[in-house]
Ligand binder design. Sequence first.
Ligand SMILES: [Zn+2]
Length: 380
Amino acid sequence: MIIKNKMHLLLTSLIIVLLWFPGDAAQAEDSSTNLVLVTLDGVRWQEVFGGVDQDLIADERYTENPELIQATYGHEQREERREKLFPFLWSVVATQGVIIGDRTRASYMEVTNPWWFSYPGYNEILTGSVDPDIDSNNKNWNSNITFLEVLNGMAGFQNSVMAFGSWDVFPYIFNTQRSGLPVNAGFDIATNALTEKTVWLNEVSAEAPKLWKSVRVDFLTHGYAMEALRSQHPRVMYVSYGETDDFAHDDSYDRYIDAAFRTDMMLSKLWHWLQSDPFYRGRTTLIIATDHGRGTTPDGWPHHASIPGAVKLGFDNAPDGIPGSDQIWFAAIGPGIPAKGLLRGHWKQSQIAATALASLQLDPQAILPEADRVMEQVLR
Ligand SMILES: [Zn+2]
């Protein structure tokens, strides 16, 4: 009798729970509880949507081995070219998710900040607002609060938010002094939660070529990020790849292209690993964005800056700035992202933060009241 009553009680409780949370039970199947936000520094929409640029391959100033680049990434058809350069983006993200920024197809996205270079761009992506006082790439502690910092203080997200970047300015952008966010960037090595792989990454960090004084090669950033996903399972992660921008500033189109291809490969590994892990599979959104564009012309493509930005950066020979470098692109895939492919319309970089929060079923208004509005069409 007692056992029967207990069974009855259990069944009644179960029915009450199911009646009480009918939406939640259904929603858990197709909603995202985790987020990985990735940026590719200064990758142009022209390459994302058009593949390698024939004029830049043919330009002796920029391409050392045009035959090799042409054989690897060239094709007469635009669609074929872009798939050769970004196979993951086009075969997976653009078919199962959304992509924005093909200006030849009425799809537009731009930075809002007036400078068109990195720190202001990352601040805009991560805070959802423009701060006119952020007018340099210097290592200044950011007075603004990123959405990762807010999440890190919220129940359910504490100690579950992390950032990895190739550029050594990210600790300042996230203001680690104030935020306490774990940020591994630039030439940082891992110092806690050591695993066999992070110990190895620490070793090869010392052995890897230092091509630039403030940016490490991306495989290290990627390796640390992947290992943190595997061993620590953060709910929210930011990963910033940086090689593309620096090879471009070096006037090296073939290396910029090769870096873009390798970054696409890293994104593929990242996404497929997420789908193999029970914690992330079917519950994780991947957002891919960039901090700024680059010039549209053969003379302008290596660089990026608005008119006042060019003055700030000390470009003597760019009185008009670098036209077109405010033009950016965006892509997303995940359980709450519709499989719509190219979205036509007009969006801003400042909308990424609210969109990222909304993908986690959170109210952006409550978390970042100053942030620009959600990109509604990006979400189901
Ligand atoms: Zn740059």
